[in-house]
Design a protein around this ligand. Structure first.
Ligand code: 5GP
Ligand code: ZN
Length: 132
């Protein structure tokens, strides 16, 4: 399969490994954006979070929590966790991964989606979006 993350986990492409267990692999992202930017991925090739079975989901998220707590214990001040599902959301690598962004007080990294001018009818949206 022509998947860059599967190739990394097979050792065909080098990476900076942070954590590995039977089901999960975590490495530094090559993007030069936030210090310690980490990707947590399942060893099983699944397209995105919504394609993951419950077990795979739990394995990745438990590892994400463990790595996040570890980073805080090393002295980072905070953590952002993000996963992109599908191209419209910015997903570029089609093998599910969770981004961990370690944060420092005052680092000015912009992780949040900011659309200050948008107005939504929350009443109508609730009717459309809620799960009954
Ligand atoms: P996405 O946009 O799919 O949520 O995130 C893909 C991430 O994978 C990007 O942050 C990008 O920098 C990272 N990435 C792409 N190719 C490689 C690679 O070969 N090695 C590593 N470690 N990260 C990669
Ligand atoms: Zn893959």
């Amino acid at each position: 399969m022509d998947c860059i993350f599967c190739k990394i986990m097979k050792g065909e492409i080098p990476s900076y490994k942070i954590y590995e267990d039977e089901h999960v692999f975590a490495m530094l992202d090559i993007a030069a954006d936030v210090e310690g930017h980490t990707l947590v991925l399942p060893k099983k090739h699944v397209l995105d979070m919504n394609e993951a079975d419950e077990q795979t989901f739990a394995q990745v998220m438990n590892a994400t929590k463990r790595i996040s707590a570890h980073y805080i214990s090393l002295g980072y001040d905070g953590i952002n966790v993000l996963t992109n599902c599908k191209a419209s959301a910015g997903q570029e690598v089609m093998h599910w991964h969770v981004h961990i962004f370690p944060r420092r007080n005052g680092d000015e990294a912009k992780i949040k989606v900011l659309h200050p001018d948008k107005q939504f009818n929350l009443e109508e949206l609730t009717k459309k979006l809620r799960i009954d």
